[in-house]
Write a protein that binds this ligand. Structure first.
Ligand code: ARG
Ligand code: ZN
Length: 853
């Protein structure tokens, strides 16, 4: 059954305190709760409804100490009739038994490698006990844990510790989704932090014994995040301890539970031998993200789950700012745009498109999407650009001031900007309510004149229909532009045009000669821009644009233009090959930036561009065209690439900082191209000598692409058989780098291995996600990729519906392909839809995808 935004009504009771007591046992954990409730309106006489989950065995229920023998059940809910409730404060006590060991969905309380842990967002707490499991019901928590395990953690501050017992108190009112408990045999690395106002905070990162040598980077990242949030947003931490725990079985990346963040171990554990530069950057960003939630998410939470982007979009925006400040802002922006296009544009253009703030869902876990997170962050970036940095800072201060301790909405969020700036944001709000990626078309009109020339930029916007939304009124689009003179000098610096109409023109006067337009600088809006531009002008922008994003984009467009021509059987001009060589040789440019420019667009990106232009992409032709272009670049610039490969070697001890990581990125980009012409010889040498995982994995991937990866794979497995995170990479690379016509077969073989521990979400994602990332392999013409994926999603759905539903997005692009592939994909989707006992999660996903047919 669907939930609707329009149906919101406040919970009829207020919760003053939640007391919980856990007697932990793997098969039979007892949970006792005491909820201190009072009617919101004593005159109203409302039923008390508590959410519950399938795994709860009710032992007893009492109101102010008097047993309620046979409470009413409505599905999984528990209802106490208004007639049985007093019109004054009361305590509802409840005891249930749950079975953490049987919990393979990893939602609620479960076991991971002998450790008890929890995941309650979005609606996991109801699998722990009966409760008003909704984000607008907030209370302080007092938690007692009884267990013989040595480490017993929950939210807030520790108040009591005795043999077999720990008690925690969290004074900050919070919804149940922020509850957490961890119990296990853990080791800790600790540090101490003093906040700007002088509060001493104990910082702990808890890991399994043996992992402590790989937890240092997470701790350093946490300290950087705490300092940054004080300096940039004026936000301080508010408890005596901050705990982070790494667990091996975790459905998502990490979770911001108050004072007790729980992480997928791959986002905590890192050493140069086991983690890549990208892993390090991600760890730093996610540690920061979860920490930043303490204010944007926890102190101010969401009124209901439709408002998810209120905390996620803002917190992603904040973690992006953090990474830009600590590393390279241009490189971070390009990486973010790349990810946005690969995941969010794809979502927006397919059957799963939905608004940043959805107004309907069946299963909220299906809406932790690139649209809510990444597009949600883009919307905030646009808002900031429109109001300016100073007004943004004032609006945020007002937001924290006005809504601290509340469960807020997007309307509340926009109102602080309206109140600070006097702007009317009614039209801007469409970015939250309307799905789909706007198409923006730019036309240039040049008029020469004796008093100087005049350039008019004429823009038209339109947003294609998305499921359930046919007509899209125009949006506010901030378009950052700059003008570059014919000699390469900038004649007009970046200025933001504010487009509000379906069609609108902007004029620049007094120009000496016709300039080249640098448009959508910094990717100032998440739109698809099209313009009349030839490859020579793109090459000019690639050489002269002062905006790094626009410069990169020009090179990107050149590559795409060559690839589209080749994928459609047309001859391509050589502009890309030539221009990219000049950029690679430009020693004034940051190596990380040059690496991004050398990396060709992925096959999925090319397919998406073709589809957006109304063509039917052919995965095999795209694959061939991309391979071919890579070989052309390598042949044309063999000497330069070889020099770069040697020159970018980083001597000395490994450091994950942006500088050395950028050099390695350029080195690896050169290696990837050179492998096309040296048979893989350099990769072979590098695999044997690399002192870090970044270069080792890059070399391995090159070797597999050349069909000579067997020895290296065996060596990696022998050395790291006990390291789950490295073995995940081992599984994944064999499928992502496999020849497309063999990818599904290789995945099938790997799935037979005893160490394919499929119930572990990371291992499952490594293999299934690896296949989905092999564009031509997943979309193999014989349907082997679709079938393999559907088989495993069905198996996974019975154990862990969240993971099955999430991975089913591999199919979300199916409508764009040819009739034969569409038929095969649809058959796979139908097979899943028809499965007996299919979860609500997977059912909602496959039915939305089938509906597009
Ligand atoms: N709030 C977490 C984060 O973004 C993600 C939790 C998602 N959980 C889920 N079951 N969908 O950091
Ligand atoms: Zn988040």
């Amino acid at each position: 059954i669907a939930q609707y935004l329009a149906d919101y009504r406040p919970y009829p009771f207020l919760l003053d305190l939640t007391e919980l007591r856990f007697d932990l046992a793997p098969r039979g954990t007892r949970v006792q709760s005491a909820l201190h409730l009072r009617p919101r309106d004593p005159a109203a006489a409302e039923d008390l409804v508590l959410d519950g989950g399938a795994g709860l065995r009710l032992i007893g229920l009492a109101l102010d100490g008097t047993a309620i023998p046979a409470p009413r059940r409505e599905g999984e809910r528990l209802v106490i009739a208004a007639a049985d409730l007093p019109a004054r404060p009361f305590v509802l006590s409840c005891e249930v038994e749950i079975d953490p060991d049987a919990n393979t969905a990893f939602e609620g309380l479960y076991l991971s490698g002998g450790m008890f842990c929890t995941q309650c967002e979005a609606e996991g707490f109801r699998h722990i006990t009966f409760y008003p499991d909704r984000p607008d019901v907030m209370a302080p928590f007092r938690v007692t844990i009884r267990s013989d395990l040595p480490v017993l953690l929950s939210n807030g501050n520790p108040v009591r510790r005795e043999a077999g017992l720990a008690e925690w108190h969290d004074p900050w009112p919070k919804p149940a989704y922020l509850f957490a408990l961890v119990a296990g045999d853990l080791v800790v690395i600790s540090d101490r932090y003093t906040t700007a106002s002088g509060r001493a905070v104990d910082l702990n990162v808890w890991v399994r014994p043996g992992d402590q040598d790989r937890a240092g980077y997470a701790m350093e990242s946490l300290v950087r995040a705490m300092r940054w949030d004080e300096e940039v947003y004026g936000r301080e931490y508010d408890l005596d301890v901050f705990n982070i725990v790494a667990v091996d079985d975790f459905n998502m990346g990490a979770m911001e539970n108050k004072g007790l963040n729980i992480f997928n171990s791959k986002l905590v554990l890192a050493s140069p031998e086991t983690a890549t530069d990208a892993d390090y950057e991600r760890i730093e960003a996610v540690i920061a993200h979860e920490y930043f939630h303490n204010w944007t998410g926890n102190r101010i939470t969401c009124r209901d789950w439709f408002q998810l982007c209120l905390k996620e979009g803002l917190t992603v925006f904040r973690d992006q700012q953090f990474t830009s400040d600590l590393r390279s802002a241009p490189v971070k922006r390009i990486e973010d745009v790349r990810a946005l296009r690969a995941r969010q544009f794809r979502e927006d253009q397919g059957p799963l498109a939905h608004p940043v703030r959805p107004d309907r869902y069946e299963e909220i876990n299906n809406f932790y999407t690139a649209t809510v997170y990444e597009k949600g962050a883009e919307v905030i970036g646009m808002l900031r650009r429109l109001v300016g940095d100073a007004a943004y800072a004032r609006a945020l201060d007002l937001y924290f001031d006005r809504h601290d301790g509340e469960a807020a909405t997007i309307e509340d969020w926009l109102r602080v900007f309206e109140d600070t700036t006097g702007r009317d944001l009614a039209q801007f709000k469409r970015w939250y309510t309307d799905a789909g990626t706007p198409h923006l078309e730019m036309t240039e009109i040049w008029e020469a004149g004796s008093d100087g020339g005049r350039l008019t930029l004429d823009f038209r916007q339109h947003t294609p229909p998305t499921p359930g939304q046919d007509d899209k009124p125009p949006r506010v689009i901030p378009i950052a532009v700059g003008l570059i003179g014919p000699n390469g000098d900038e004649v007009a610096g970046t200025r933001t045009l504010e487009m509000t109409e379906a069609r609108q023109s902007f004029t620049f006067e007094g120009l000496g000669a016709r300039p080249v337009v640098s448009a959508l600088r910094g990717f100032s809006a998440p739109v698809i821009l099209s313009r009349q531009i030839d490859d020579a002008t793109r090459a000019f922008l690639l050489a002269h644009d002062t905006d790094p994003f626009a410069r990169w984009e020009a090179g990107r467009d050149l590559a795409i233009s060559a690839l589209l021509a080749a994928a459609q059987g047309r001859a391509a001009a050589g502009d890309h090959v030539e221009a990219i060589g000049r950029l690679a040789a430009d020693e004034a440019a940051d190596p990380a930036f040059r690496a991004l420019c050398l990396t060709l667009p992925g096959e999925e990106e090319i397919a998406a561009r073709l589809a957006a232009g109304g063509a039917v992409p052919d995965p095999d032709a795209i694959h061939a065209a991309r391979e071919d272009l890579a070989r052309q670049v390598a042949e044309a610039h063999a000497a330069l690439l070889s020099d770069l490969y040697d020159a970018m070697a980083v001597p000395g001890a490994y450091s994950p900082d942006a500088g050395p990581a950028g050099r390695r990125a350029l080195r690896i980009a050169a290696l990837g191209l050179l492998t096309r012409i040296d048979g893989g010889d350099r990769a072979e040498v590098l695999f044997g000598t690399a002192g870090n995982m970044t270069e080792r994995m890059a070399a391995l991937s090159c070797l597999i692409r050349r069909g000579r990866g067997q020895a290296a794979l065996a060596a990696l497995r022998d050395r790291f058989a006990d390291n789950r995170l490295v073995m995940d990479k081992w599984f994944s690379v064999q499928v992502t780098a496999a020849p497309p016509d063999r990818a599904a077969a290789i995945a099938r073989d790997l799935a037979e291995r005893p160490d394919f521990d499929w119930k572990n979400p990371n291992r499952f994602r490594a293999l299934l996600g690896g296949l989905a990332a092999n564009h031509a392999g997943f979309h193999a013409a014989d349907g082997a990729g679709y079938d393999f994926t559907a088989d495993w999603l069905m198996r996974m759905d019975a154990a862990n519906p969240q993971i099955a539903a999430r991975m089913s997005t591999a199919f979300e692009t199916w409508p764009r392909y040819d009739a034969a592939r569409r038929g095969l994909a649809q058959a796979a989707l139908r097979r899943m839809a028809a499965m007996e006992g299919i979860s609500r999660n997977l059912r909602e996903m496959v039915s939305r995808m089938i509906a597009a047919g």
